[in-house]
Write a new protein. Structure first.
Length: 110
C-alpha cells in the first residue's frame, strides 16, 4: 500500500470517528435536554409514589428481636399490646408498618 493510500485510509477513519463522535454528542444532548430531564423526573416521581414492599411478620419480628436483645423487651411488648395483641404474631398485618416505626426508634434518644 502506498503512502498516499495509507494517508487516505487514515483520513477516512478519522472522518468516520468524528462522525461517530458527533452522532454520540447529539444523542447525549437529546437525552439530557430539558425536556428529557423533565420526563425523567416525572417518571422518577411516579416510581417513588408506588407502594413500598408489603411488610411481613418476619420483617417486623427481626427488628423487634434486635431491640429486645438490646434491652428494650418491655418497650417492645408495650408497643405490641398497644395494637391489641398479646404477642407479635397476633398483630394485624395492616399494623406492621406502625409497629415497626415505633420499635425502630427505641434506643435512638437524641
Amino acid at each position: 500500500m502506498s503512502k498516499t493510500s495509507e494517508v487516505e485510509q487514515v483520513i477516512r477513519e478519522l472522518r468516520d470517528a468524528a462522525s461517530l463522535l458527533n452522532d454520540t454528542a447529539s444523542w447525549l444532548y437529546e437525552l439530557f435536554s430539558a425536556n428529557k430531564v423533565q420526563e425523567h423526573n416525572a417518571s422518577s416521581a411516579e416510581a417513588q409514589e408506588q407502594p413500598k414492599k408489603q411488610l411481613t411478620l418476619e420483617d417486623v419480628r427481626a427488628v423487634c428481636a434486635e431491640k429486645s436483645r438490646a434491652g428494650f423487651t418491655a418497650e417492645v411488648k408495650t408497643i405490641i399490646t398497644k395494637y391489641g395483641a398479646d404477642k407479635l404474631s397476633a398483630v394485624k398485618s395492616e399494623d406492621y408498618a406502625a409497629v415497626l416505626a415505633e420499635v425502630e426508634v427505641l434506643g435512638n434518644a437524641e
